[in-house]
Write a protein that binds this ligand. Structure first.
Ligand code: AMP
Length: 117
């Protein structure tokens, strides 16, 4: 049986809590991060419940590739593509993951330092 998705992003996907959406298709949605860490901070999440990067299956390769493509479309849509931006997927505690539904951060609109803290 599929695991129940009790995460905040599961609730957003089911429409139980609101989000400021910028993209929706059959495979993923994207919305503004509620606690923006940059002038543009958007999250791309799959509709499929995948808790972490570690839970990706071989059949999910197309899904994750699609999410990267969607992120690039959104960067263009938001006007940050030419200046540059960063895609980040945090995994588990040491990676800084707080919501256990896979998500890709799109960060842009300011210069981003490297390496991350
Ligand atoms: P991470 O630390 O990689 O798991 O990122 C989780 C992100 O989700 C954080 O940047 C939070 O600010 C963001 N977040 C948490 N709750 C919401 C929400 N209800 N709507 C939008 N973003 C959220």
């Amino acid at each position: 049986m599929a695991k129940e998705n009790n995460t905040i992003f599961g609730k957003i996907l089911r429409g139980e809590i609101p989000s400021d959406k910028v993209w929706e298709d059959d495979y993923c949605i994207a919305f503004h991060d509620i606690n923006a860490a940059a002038p543009t901070h958007i999250l791309v999440i799959p509709r499929k419940y995948v808790p972490t990067l570690n839970d990706l299956e071989k059949d999910d390769k197309e899904l994750i590739g699609h999410m990267v493509w969607v992120a690039a479309q959104i960067a263009d849509q938001e006007g940050i593509a030419d200046d540059g931006y960063r895609l980040v997927i945090n995994c588990n505690d040491m990676g800084g993951q707080t919501v256990h539904h896979l998500h890709m951060h799109i960060l842009g609109g300011r210069g981003l330092s490297w390496p991350p803290g």
